[in-house]
Ligand binder design. Sequence first.
Ligand code: TMP
Length: 255
Amino acid sequence: MSRRRRIYEGKAKVLFEGPEPGTLIQYFKDDATAFNNQKKGIITGKGVLNNRISEYLMVRLEQIGIPTHFVRRLNMREQLIREVEIIPIEVVVRNVAAGSLCKRFGITEGTALPRSIVEYYLKKDELGDPLVTEEHITAFGWASPQDLDDMFNMALRINDFLVGLFMGVGIRLVDFKVEFGRLYTQDDMRVVLADEISPDSCRLWDVDTNEVMDKDRFRRDMGNVEQAYQEVARRLGVLSESGEQREIKQPKISA
Ligand code: TMP
């Protein structure tokens, strides 16, 4: 791990001071938590895979014009990012009913939604990240109406792009969570995609078998968690270059 000054430690990542002002190093840990930190564990190799997967997805999103905090991957577990002011809202986009949506409204898991649904959750562990409305967000100043507009539009564009990208490798993008940050330049500010996009923050089901290929395997003690993350990385084609990755065995997810 880097010997640089530690700026912030989250549940799955650590942020270190970057090599130049305005940059940070994002280190991906193997630690996994669920249910607001009540369940804790290690998913061996997760940090390496999420670093790669998130790099790949952020680079592809940049290519279609979504601004992100990502600069470049530095090594197996670290990437260089631009320092942003994180907006304390988790933006969730859903295509298929799963997780808390099913619980809240009594909908059967796997039901296709009539259209993509965007939800906002306040990023506050002590409160268990409650669902909030745009009214709450703007009234309490967590984000401005312009920030919200940018986040909403980017979240839908990200969804449209990622649905197609994952479908191309036989994966259904059920839902995902993204975070945004304010990137300040000399005389300007813009909202950019931040944090990570990985099987930690998405629900990914095999198109043919509905096999779960994401953190729900950890949340629900389904087993073969590492293998599922490896399979996502393999299908995206990000498991081919380095030595460490060649050592990863060909994944097989049992039913
Ligand atoms: P949910 O159904 O539990 O509300 O989760 C929706 C999506 O957001 C799912 O893809 C998992 C992701 N998520 C996170 O990334 N972090 C979280 O803390 C939670 C609750 C969900």
